[in-house]
Design a protein. Structure first.
Length: 135
């Protein structure tokens, strides 16, 4: 059957820092900020020295990850285990050679069911990021 991961890639007419700043205005980033007690980080502009560790433990979930500069690119990865289900969220934002646009690549999953809804949810989120850039 089809792979249970959502893969998205888009070229956006903005720098990686502007894309990050647009991401911080989404509900997804606000939720990450609350969940990992990193509201200040997820609502601030990107700085080259930024690196934040994400650690969260509750009765049902154990998650950890990071947001950092990786070879000059902005990289977010979160690995979580909820009961016995493991999942990963990865976002990579890379400036293109022109210096005015960037490519964003995302992987989310695995999703054992309802992959179509998850795909639609993340595509909608990507549109939200693009809308933030137009504001």
């Amino acid at each position: 059957g089809p792979t249970p991961f959502v893969f998205l890639e888009a070229e956006i007419n903005a720098t990686k820092e502007k894309i990050w700043n647009a991401i911080t205005k989404t509900a997804y980033a606000k939720e990450l900020g609350k969940r990992y007690s990193q509201e200040a980080f997820f609502s601030s502009e990107w700085m080259a020295s930024s690196r934040v560790e994400l650690n969260y433990t509750s009765e049902n979930e154990n998650a950890n990850g990071m947001v950092m500069l990786l070879f000059g690119n902005i990289y977010l990865q979160i690995d979580s285990k909820n009961n016995e289900n493991q999942s990963v969220e990865k976002i990579l934002i890379m400036d293109n050679e022109d210096g005015k646009s960037a490519t964003i690549q995302m992987v989310f999953g695995p999703f054992s069911e309802d992959i179509e809804n998850e795909q639609l949810k993340w595509e909608t989120w990507l549109e939200e990021v693009k809308q933030q850039l137009n504001n």
